[in-house]
Each structure stands twice: as structure tokens, then as C-alpha cells.
Ligand binder design. Sequence first.
Ligand SMILES: [Zn+2]
Length: 101
Amino acid sequence: MKLKKGDTIIVTVGKDKGKKGKVERVVPSDHTVVVAGINVFKRHMKRKDDKNPGGIIDLVKPIGFGKIALVCPSCGKPTRVGYVVAKNEKVRVCRKCGKKL
Ligand SMILES: [Zn+2]
């Protein structure tokens, strides 16, 4: 799956199934993406100093490509990404409605 920063995705498996979010970061080497509000873990931090007062923080963990689907901005449905070559340029398209992504 080829995802970009700013893409809207929906989670298809796991505890966040059905949740939508925007891609904040793509980690191609790990095949994961970081999505705000998705895959959030509570982490208890010890107080270190004034900059790190400790307490419970929300830690957003990357989620695997296999657990999410891209939501097409044109038809609003979870879809797979297709490619068409136009003017020597690869363009991402929605497999469902054929619109450019
Ligand atoms: Zn579409």
C-alpha cells in the first residue's frame, strides 16, 4: 500500500477497528504509519525534571499497513490504491471510483 502524509485511513482490524484518522508520518522501511488518535497507548512516565514531569502520557504507536485501508476522499469508501500512468507520471487512483487520490 502506498500511503502519503495527510491521507485519511480507516483501521480494519484490532482495538481501533472502524476508527478514521489522518496519516501524520509514513515509515516505509517498517511498513507502518503514524496516525493521530489511532493505536494510542497510555504510558506511565516517571518524573525526571521540570521538562519531563512524568504522569500518564499518550503514546501513538505506528500501525501496520496491513491493518488499515485508505479512505477515498472522493467516494468516502475504504479502498485499495491503484495506479495509472498519465503523461509519464504515475498517478494514484481509487480502485472503487477511479478518481485521483
Ligand atoms: Zn473513490
